[in-house]
Design a protein around this ligand. Structure first.
Ligand SMILES: Nc1ncnc2c1ncn2[C@@H]1O[C@H](COP(=O)(O)OP(=O)(O)OP(=O)(O)O)[C@@H](O)[C@H]1O
Ligand SMILES: [Mg+2]
Length: 370
């Protein structure tokens, strides 16, 4: 039976009243029988039988009244004991889930997040316990993410820092002037470090919902034409050309031009980076795309590149996530690009869809509300 705690309390209290009522009338009955039996034994004698009826009634009345003096307190004690016993039992039953939860809460308060309280009832307590279990699961996940993040940041900082340190130590030990190419290498590593720190800063702001957006009407078609022009330089070096198709003429959205530009540059750089020579990359703009009763502008970046295995898709927007780790690090990626892209689009109340087929290509579609 799935009763709420309120109904259980009501039921138990009702039961208590019934039990007290029944014990009251049963004890009355038993005691009265006993009193009349005693009367028969003790009072009915020849004298009594010879008395007038009104005298007999007086004697009976006096006898019963005398005896009744005792039943009040005696029955009171009896009912009190039954009532207390029953209340003790009810309070135990009703507070058991709470006591289990308290023990678990104390463990969490002491830093042990590995707790799970079994849900045994479907009442309010069951729901509270379920929510508590969800909460500790979230806390565990957040704690894991925090640990991973620190490990990743440390790992990413270590490589450029050790290169810089090694080169400087070398220059210091040999006592020679640092050649320009070494300086250039050092400078590259410093730039890499500051980009990484900047990316992490922006990402933490966006995740906390504290990203300042300078939202103005933006001609998305024009902006994408410029972006495609800019990235085509890099694409050509890789033997690729990026084409832009607009199915809707000029499309305007209210957005922060700088952040939106960053979104498409990140997606296009990925498309170029992960598409071999001779492949195709296109950008397709569509206006008034409907999703769950809202109208969006959609921009798809379609490449015919290496693709992404299906099992990797759910992690794609995680910080520092790379599908082919060695390869990406070699080509300079840190795995922050898509996390930043995702956060920027989210800050504009939009979303991103990914479709991919291994060795065939990938399509990222950005939806921005109109
Ligand atoms: N168009 C694509 N085709 C195939 N794989 C992709 C594509 N876009 C992203 N990926 C995969 O997703 C991973 C994460 O992409 P993301 O942009 O976050 O990082 P990155 O490009 O490696 O580094 P960063 O953008 O920070 O310089 C990449 O390492 C790559 O494995
Ligand atoms: Mg990238």
């Amino acid at each position: 039976m799935n009763l709420t705690v309120r109904k259980k309390i009501f039921l138990y209290m009702g039961l208590l009243v019934v039990i007290i009522g029944i014990s009251h009338s049963v004890t009355n009955q038993i005691y009265m029988n006993y009193v009349f039996d005693q009367f028969r034994k003790e009072e009915i004698s020849a004298g009594y039988l010879n008395a007038t009826p009104s005298e007999q009634i007086e004697v009976l009345k006096k006898y019963v009244t005398d005896r009744m003096k005792w039943i009040g307190p005696g029955k009171g004690v009896f009912i009190l004991v039954i009532g207390l016993f029953f209340s003790l039992w009810i309070s135990g039953v009703l507070s058991l889930p709470l006591r289990k939860l308290m023990a678990a809460i104390e463990r969490v308060a002491n830093g042990d997040l590995d707790v799970n309280v079994p849900v045994q009832t479907k009442d309010e307590y069951g729901k509270v316990i379920e929510t508590f279990n969800d909460m500790t699961l979230r806390l565990r996940e957040a704690e894991d993410a925090r640990r991973r993040l620190i490990a990743d940041v440390a790992h990413e900082l270590r490589t450029p820092l050790s290169i810089i340190q090694l080169k400087l130590e070398n220059a210091h030990q040999t006592g020679q002037n640092v050649p320009p190419e070494t300086l250039l290498r050092l400078y590259d590593e410093v730039i890499r470090l500051s980009l990484l720190v900047e990316d992490l800063h922006v990402l933490s702001l966006a995740e906390a919902g504290r990203l300042n957006l300078d939202r103005k009407p933006l001609n998305l078609t024009k902006r994408l034409e410029q972006i495609v022009d800019d990235v085509n330089m890099e694409a050509e070096e890789n033997g690729l050309i990026v084409h832009l198709y607009s199915k809707a003429g000029d499309v305007t959205v209210t957005a922060d031009a700088r952040r939106i530009t960053q979104v498409f540059i990140n997606l296009l750089t990925n498309a170029i980076r992960y598409t071999p020579k001779g492949g195709n990359i296109s950008v397709v703009i569509e206006n008034e795309v409907m999703d769950r009763d809202r109208l969006y502008v959609s921009v798809s970046i379609i490449d015919s590149g290496i693709g992404i295995p299906e099992e990797e898709l759910p992690h794609l927007f995680d910080r520092f996530y790379r599908v082919e780790k060695a390869r990406s690090r070699h080509s300079g990626g840190t795995g922050l690009g898509l996390s930043i892209t995702h956060q920027f689009v989210r800050a504009h109340h939009g979303f991103i869809h990914v479709k991919s087929q291994l060795h065939k290509g990938t399509t990222f579609t950005v939806y921005l509300p109109i």
